[in-house]
Each structure stands twice: as C-alpha cells, then as structure tokens.
Ligand binder design. Structure first.
Ligand SMILES: [Zn+2]
Length: 196
C-alpha cells in the first residue's frame, strides 16, 4: 500500500511536497531515519459525514515524517505535516478536486498562501500542517530561485518559460516529481501570464 501511494504521488509528501526518502514506514521514535506515513484523509476530516471511506483509494495519502529537529525546540519550529497536526481538521484533501495546485499560491520568499479559490479550506491546511515551517519556506525559496536563475540565463524567453512549465510537473524516468513542483509551476504560470 505504501509503495503504490509513493508511486502515485511521484515520491512527494502529499501535504508539503518535500521529497519522501522512500516508501518504508517512518518510525515515530526515529523520524530522522526518513520513510513515509499513510494518512486516511476522510477518516480524519472535520466534515466527514459518516460513510466509511477508510479504504477509498483517493483518501490514502503518503506523508513525510514532518520532524526536523531535536526534542527541545518548540512545536512550531520542529514539526510540520502530520506530526504537527495531531487531530486538527483539514480543509481540503490534497489528493482530491480541485487540484492542490489551484488551492495555493507562493511568494518568492517561499511562503505558501491560500489562493482565492477555496481560500478558507486551503488556509486551514496551511495552519493545521504548519506549511510555513522555516525549513519548508527556505526549501521552496531555493527551488524558485533556481528556476529564476535558469530563466534569467535564457533571457526570459516565452518558449523557455513554457518548456520549464511542462518540465515542472513532468515525472522523471523513475516516475518521480520534482520537490515543491507546485511552487515552481505557480511561479512559471505567473511569469507566462505576465508575458502575454
Ligand atoms: Zn510533508
């Protein structure tokens, strides 16, 4: 089950889009060892109406261990994703419609924000999962910056923007997606719209 979820999600955490270090089960006692956890979205959703969707494929999410430091750091500085959330409800299923990429927008500093579309649901996810954890922000900033440098080198040509936009959400030969591809795609879409 973990292996299928890992492949379906292109090797990225369904919540923060960090690269999962593999499909083995994460160990809560040793989160630094990596691996992934399986979340049952509907089972924990605030507005779950009771139908047992525990085994509905759409509701199985592979997520990262979400623990970045030693035990003495405050919760906000240490945890994100499932490990931060506890039992807090989520507003939107990252694997369900509308596509997660339409729920969020990103600043060049790597911050994730809710888009106009379904903004309260997206904001609930950002808050419940601590998606603006400093490490996630700086990692997103780094991928946006890397993309910006490539485009600058090519003189911001329309054809190059479109090529990198296609590559942003393409899978590699192992079926994996680029880390934080949602932030890269958002950045490129913004540049393409500004270029018309
Ligand atoms: Zn994550």
């Amino acid at each position: 089950m973990r292996e299928s979820t890992f492949r379906e999600q292109g090797g990225l955490c369904a919540y923060c889009m960090s690269k999962l270090s593999g499909s083995v089960a994460a160990d809560d006692q040793d989160p630094a060892a990596g691996g992934m956890k399986i979340e049952h979205f509907a089972a924990r959703h605030a507005q779950n109406t009771g139908r047992n969707r525990m085994f509905d494929w759409q509701n199985l999410l592979g997520v990262c261990p979400g623990d970045t430091a030693g035990p003495r750091r405050p919760k906000e500085a240490r945890f994100h994703c499932d490990n931060y959330r506890g039992n807090a409800p989520l507003g939107a299923n990252p694997a369900g419609p509308p596509p997660a990429s339409e729920l969020f927008r990103y600043t060049n500093a790597g911050e994730i924000r809710a888009s106009q579309l379904a903004s309260s649901a997206a904001q609930l996810n950002i808050d419940a999962l601590n998606l603006n954890h400093p490490r996630l922000k700086s990692n997103r900033k780094a991928v946006i910056e890397r993309t910006r440098k490539i485009l600058k080198k090519h003189g911001w040509k329309r054809a190059v923007l479109e090529k990198y936009r296609r590559l942003a959400t393409a899978r590699d030969q192992d079926g994996c997606l680029q880390e934080f591809c949602g932030a890269i795609a958002y950045y490129l879409d913004k540049k393409i719209r500004a270029d018309v």
